[in-house]
Design a protein around this ligand. Structure first.
Ligand code: F6R
Length: 609
C-alpha cells in the first residue's frame, strides 16, 4: 500500500522523509520518491525498487532544504516504474503531489486537462492532481486544493507542495488515512502513525473532507468548505509494533477491517453512476470475441480457487457460459481440453504462485485467451495475461487471505455482469438491482465488523474443539470452503466443508456429540433444503451455528447459535457471509494461542511447485 510522509520545520528534510518512509516499508511498495525545494526550486527524485535505490539516486549531497514530501508506491494504475512513481508534478514543474487511494474519474479529468494543453508523463490516476492544482492556482495553494477536491471522485490522502509557497504543505483526505504529527516548531504529515513515532506522539487524525495546511508556524485544519475547525490532539500510546498494525493486534484483523475500503476501491470506478452497467475497460476482448466464448476455466490455488467457485456460480447464472474451476497444480498436468474459444481466468493475489503461473502458460500454449485477476501490478501473472482485472485490496501481509479474497469475489461479480451484459444474457432490471446493491455491500460489511465482539464471544467455545464442519448449498457451499480453510490454517482445527446435501453420503458418520457444524443458509431458494440437512446433524447432537440474513426467524429454532448478516440479494451473499467466518477463524486462533499472522508451515507467496 502506498505510504506518505511530509515535513515542514528547521531540520534537513530529506533524511527525515527517507527515515519516515522506511517506517512504512512493512506495508509493501514497489517504488519511492521525494520532492523538496532546493534553493527555491522544486527537485524531485524517484526510483522504482526499494528505498535503497532512491537513496543511491539522492547520493551524498542531499539538498539542505527543510520542507518536503515523500512517497512509497504500491502500483495500481500503471506498472511500477520511475515514471509512475510519486511525487507527480505539473507542466511547470513547480507543483508536486503525493497521493494514496484511487481517483476514480481520472480518465475524464485527464481528457479535460489534455484539452487545456496539459501534458502527462505517467500512466497514473494521481497525475491529474498536480495538473488540476496548476489549472486552479492563482496565488493561494490552499484555495486551489479546495477547488481540486470539488472535482475529484474517489479516495485520497494527498499532500501538495508548491514552489511559490515554499514553507507550506497542503494535505487533504477522503477514505484514506492521513495523520498530522505535532512537533516543536516542526510538523509532519504521514499516511500512518509509525512514520511519526521517532519524532512525536502528539497528532491530529484527519477526518474525511478535512484539509490541513502545515507551516513552521503551526497547523490549520479546515472543513471541505474552508471553515477553520478546532481539532483535538490525539496522543499515541501504541508501541511501534502496534502502530504498524494500525492499533490492531494482528495484521489479519487489520486486513479484515480494511475490507469495506478494499471493496470500495475495487468496485466503485467500475460501476456506472446510474447503475445501468459495469465498466471493465481493462478487458480488451471485443463483443464478438466475448460472444464466441464457449467455456471458461477458472484456475487458481487455495483461497483464490474458492473465489473461483463463487465466480463459476455467478458467471453461469448471469452470462450463461459453462465454467469449470481447476486447482492450478492439477490443471497443468491433466492435459486440459482447451480450445481457442476457451477463456482461461487466472486468479492470484500475489500473481507469483508457481502452479498458477504454470497453468497460465499452459493455457497460452494452447492458444487460449487469458484473463487474470490479481492484486499485484507488475506481477508475473499480470505481465503474461492478455487482460488483467486488478483487485485494489492493497498489500496483504497476514498469511491468511481475507481482503484479497473479498476483492477477488468482487472481481468475479464484475466479470459475470460484464460478460452477461455484452452477451445479453442478464436482464437490465436484474443487472441494475445487482449493481445498486454492490454499492451497498461495503457498508454492510462494516456493519458485520461492528458486531465482531459477538463472534469473539462465540469463539471461546472452540478452544478445545478438534474437528469442525462447514455446510451450505450453492453459493453457501463455495463460501463454506473458504470458511473451513480459514479456520484450519490459523487455528489448526481439522475442518471440512461439504455441500449440505452430501453429508449423508459418508461424512455424517463423523458427526457426533458437540461437533460444531457451521451451516450457511443465505440462499433463500435453497433454505428449506439446507434446514433439513441441519436437522440431520442436530439429530446426531452436533452443535449447530447457523448463518442467515437478518429477519430470518426460522434458523433459531434449529441452531444452537445464529449469526445474522445484513440482508442482500442472494447472489451477493458471499461478500457478506465470509466476513463472520473470517472473524471466527481469527478469534478462535487467538483463543487457542496460535500465531495468527504466521501460521505454522505456511508462506504468504508459494513460488515453488
Ligand atoms: C489462504 C491463502 C492461500 C492462497 C493461495 C494462492 O488463506 O492465502 O490459499 O490463496 O496460496 O495464492 P495467490 O492468490 O497469491 O496465488
Amino acid at each position: 500500500m502506498c505510504g506518505i510522509v511530509g515535513y515542514v520545520g528547521d531540520k534537513t528534510a530529506v533524511p527525515l522523509l527517507v527515515e519516515g518512509l522506511k517506517k512504512l516499508e512493512y506495508r509493501g511498495y514497489d517504488s519511492a520518491g521525494v520532492a523538496v525545494l532546493d534553493e527555491g526550486s522544486l527537485t524531485v527524485k524517484k526510483s522504482v525498487g526499494k528505498l535503497a535505490a532512491l537513496e543511491s539516486k539522492l547520493g551524498d549531497e542531499m539538498p539542505q532544504t527543510t520542507v518536503g514530501i515523500g512517497h512509497t508506491r504500491w502500483a495500481t494504475h500503471g506498472r511500477p516504474s520511475d515514471r509512475n512513481s510519486h511525487p507527480h508534478t505539473d507542466c511547470t514543474g513547480k507543483i508536486a503531489v503525493v497521493h494514496n487511494g484511487i481517483i476514480e474519474n481520472y480518465l475524464e479529468l485527464r481528457e479535460w486537462l489534455s484539452g487545456q494543453e496539459h501534458a502527462f508523463s505517467s500512466e497514473t490516476d494521481t497525475e491529474v492532481l498536480p495538473h488540476l492544482v496548476e489549472e486552479f492556482y492563482t496565488g493561494n495553494l490552499e484555495e486551489a486544493v479546495h477547488r481540486v477536491l470539488g472535482m475529484v471522485k474517489g479516495s485520497y490522502a494527498m499532500v501538495v507542495l508548491h514552489q511559490d509557497e515554499p514553507d507550506k504543505l497542503v494535505a487533504a483526505r477522503k477514505d484514506s488515512p492521513l495523520v498530522v504529527g505535532l512537533g516543536d516548531g516542526e510538523y509532519f504529515i504521514a499516511s500512518d502513525i509509525p512514520a511519526l513515532l521517532n519524532h512525536t506522539r502528539k497528532t491530529y487524525i484527519l477526518n474525511d473532507g478535512e484539509v490541513a495546511v502545515l507551516t513552521r508556524q503551526g497547523v490549520k485544519i479546515t472543513d471541505s468548505k474552508g471553515n477553520v475547525i478546532p481539532k483535538q490532539v490525539f496522543q499515541v500510546n501504541w508501541s511501534a509494533e502496534a502502530a504498524e498494525k494500525g492499533g490492531y493486534d494482528h495484521f489479519m484483523l487489520k486486513e479484515i477491517h480494511e475490507q469495506p475500503r478494499a471493496l470500495r476501491e475495487t468496485i466503485s470506478s467500475r460501476l456506472a453512476a446510474d447503475n445501468t452497467h459495469v465498466i471493465l475497460r481493462e478487458v480488451g476482448m471485443t463483443a464478438e470475441e466475448i460472444n464466441k466464448i464457449r467455456n471458461i476455466r477458472i484456475v487458481a490455488c487455495g483461497t483464490a480457487s474458492y473465489a473461483g467457485m463463487v465466480g463459476k456460480n455467478v458467471i453461469e447464472k448471469l452470462a450463461r457460459i459453462p465454467v469449470e474451476v481447476d486447482i492450478a497444480s492439477e490443471f497443468r498436468y491433466c492435459d486440459p481440453l482447451l480450445t481457442p474459444e476457451t477463456l482461461v481466468v487466472i486468479i492470484s493475489q500475489s500473481g507469483e504462485t508457481a502452479d498458477t503461473l504454470a497453468a497460465l502458460r499452459e493455457a497460452k500454449k494452447n492458444g487460449c485467451r487469458v484473463l487474470a485477476v490479481t492484486n499485484v501490478v507488475g506481477s508475473s501473472v499480470s505481465r503474461e495475461a492478455d487482460d488483467v482485472i486488478y483487485t485494489w485490496a492493497g498489500p496483504e501481509i497476514a498469511v491468511a487471505s481475507t481482503k484479497a479474497y473479498i476483492t477477488q469475489l468482487a472481481a468475479m461479480y464484475l466479470l459475470a455482469l460484464y460478460l452477461g451484459q455484452v452477451r445479453g444474457t442478464v436482464g437490465q432490471e436484474l443487472a441494475q438491482e445487482l449493481i445498486a446493491e454492490l454499492k451497498n455491500i461495503p457498508g454492510k460489511v462494516q456493519r458485520i465488523l461492528d458486531g465482531a465482539p459477538l463472534i469473539r464471544d462465540l469463539s471461546q467455545t472452540f478452544t478445545d474443539v478438534e474437528d469442525a464442519f462447514f455446510i451450505g448449498r450453492g453459493l453457501d457451499y463455495a463460501v463454506s470452503m473458504e470458511g473451513s480453510l480459514k479456520l484450519k490454517e490459523i487455528s489448526y482445527i481439522h475442518a471440512e466443508a461439504y455441500a449440505a446435501g452430501e453429508l449423508k453420503h459418508g461424512t455424517l458418520a463423523l458427526i457426533v456429540d458437540k461437533v460444531p457444524v457451521i451451516a450457511l443458509a443465505t440462499q433463500e431458494s435453497l433454505f428449506e433444503k439446507t434446514l433439513s440437512n441441519i436437522q440431520e446433524v442436530r439429530a446426531r447432537d452436533a452443535k449447530v451455528i447457523g448463518m442467515v440474513f437478518e429477519g430470518n426467524n426460522q434458523m433459531k429454532k434449529s441452531a444452537d447459535y445464529v449469526l445474522y448478516i445484513p440482508r442482500t440479494h442472494q447472489f451477493l451473499a458471499p461478500l457478506l457471509s465470509v466476513v463472520p467466518l473470517q472473524l471466527l477463524a481469527y478469534y478462535v486462533s487467538l483463543a487457542r494461542g496460535c500465531d495468527v499472522d504466521k501460521p505454522r508451515n505456511l508462506a504468504k507467496s508459494v513460488t515453488v511447485e
